[in-house]
Design a protein around this ligand. Structure first.
Ligand code: GLC
Length: 422
């Protein structure tokens, strides 16, 4: 502020304050996927209009891995160009030094959200992100095709492979040359870590690094799970899956060209949209279990938070925007329009929300028991751990290594990354 005559400036400042603060221009980095960017942008601009601020939308890269790389670059440069950022559930430990403690601005609103998510977002007593939505891996299936081929919903991975094979053969014979049995996220990035953790955990093979920080990946069940997944490539799954993220898998599925898909809840809203060729034909179920001792269905815990950059020049306004976007009202609208699971337990009793997304009620156990990636025990080293894990998995899926060799080598790599401690 220029050094003008004292009194007039104070009065002017008070007047502006009373009117709700000076107009600011804020930039929010939106989007963990295509639809999220649209919803996030819409509500952020709504807040801007209500409060007389300009909100600019920066569309974040669709891949969580690319998104993190970009944020780390911005933060390393202490750039003020992003005020509000969406951060993945596995990032608070990685980005902790660059985010504002929101406790000063939240008025205690975090107490309304799932305590486990708030705990995940709190490091050394600092609330680094407000919960925005939560998710978990789900099995999407074509109800009409299960019926056509007289098949039951598969409960184990081998059952899924058999059903996918049967439907794929039948549809191809009937003229759909590109029809696929099963699609998922197989590119070498964070999404593959999520899929592979589900396979391994569903075979009772642990979670790569346990909550005490011990590297547990070198075990027979983990190897078996990876071998099972590799057997899908080129049989029920196209080789192209080795380069699929969420949206590539959904593209095949949404064109009616796949019997089964692993994806996050957002794919439900899109599958059911008015112009969708698969509208009314889609079922959602827990992912299949492995087989053998310790086998169970496992879903990786995902989800996003809204955070304020320490380098923002408009921290109070940015925090106010975060509080608006994470409120019950906006979470409800996003859930109904886009199938983003709210982080407010109270909304799971909302009949309108449950009517739009029946799976949010029916599959409550899937979300409650979702498996966490080992981000908390590995802290700042989580990105390296995840990269080593998805690389090893990608090698197995590509047929360059078998599961046993991959988990043995991965253990060595992880111990090297850890050294004395995480
Ligand atoms: C989803 C999940 C997120 C995960 C990402 C991987 O966006 O919410 O937690 O890291 O997918 O692709």
């Amino acid at each position: 502020m220029p050094q003008a005559s004292g009194c007039a400036v104070v009065v002017a400042a008070l007047l502006v304050g009373a009117a709700g603060g000076q107009a600011a221009t804020l930039t929010i980095s939106c989007g963990s996927n295509a639809a999220d960017a649209e919803f996030c942008g819409r509500y952020a601009q709504e807040w801007g209009r209500q409060h007389g601020h300009e909100v600019r939308i920066y569309s974040a890269p669709a891949s969580a891995t690319d998104n993190l790389a970009l944020l780390r670059q911005q933060f390393a440069a202490r750039s003020a160009s992003l005020d509000v950022v969406t951060i993945d559930v596995v990032w608070p430990g990685v980005l902790k030094d660059h985010l504002v403690d929101l406790k000063r601005y939240s008025g205690g609103a975090e107490a309304q959200h799932f305590p486990a998510i708030v705990a995940n977002n709190t490091i050394a007593g600092r609330l680094l992100g407000m919960p925005w939505y939560t998710d978990a891996g789900l099995l999407f299936y074509r109800k009409d095709l299960l019926q056509k081929y007289g098949l039951e919903l598969p409960r184990t991975w081998p059952e899924l492979a058999a059903a996918a094979r049967r439907i794929q053969d039948g549809e191809r014979a009937a003229g759909s040359a590109d029809f696929q049995g099963y699609v998922f996220q197989g590119r070498a990035y964070e999404g593959l870590t999520c899929n592979a953790l589900e396979w391994i955990s569903s075979y009772g093979g642990g979670s790569v690094v346990d909550p005490h920080g011990r590297v547990t990946i070198h075990n027979a069940q983990a190897a078996r799970a990876l071998d099972e997944a590799a057997s899908w490539i080129g049989t029920i799954t196209p080789r192209g899956v080795l380069n699929y993220g969420e949206e590539e898998a959904r593209g095949v599925w949404q064109n009616g060209q796949a019997a089964f898909m692993r994806n996050w809840p957002y794919a439900w809203a899109m599958s059911q949209a008015g112009d969708s060729v698969i509208r009314g034909k889609v079922g959602v179920a827990p992912l299949p279990a492995g087989d053998g001792a310790g086998a169970r269905s496992a879903a990786t815990l995902g989800g996003w938070q809204l955070a304020v950059s320490r380098y923002s020049r408009h921290v109070p306004e940015a925090a106010a925007l975060v509080m608006y976007l994470t409120s019950a009202e906006i979470q409800k609208r996003r859930a109904i329009g886009g199938a983003y699971n709210p982080t407010l337990p109270a909304l799971y009793r909302d009949p309108e929300l449950l009517a739009a997304n029946p799976f949010m009620g029916e599959l409550a156990e899937v979300f409650e028991n979702a498996v966490a990636r080992p981000a908390t025990p590995t802290g700042l080293k989580y990105p390296a751990v995840s990269r080593a894990f998805w690389d090893a998995t990608h090698e197995v899926l590509s047929g360059r290594m078998d599961g046993a060799a991959a988990v043995r080598r991965l253990e060595g790599r992880l111990l090297q990354t850890r050294r004395a401690k995480w």
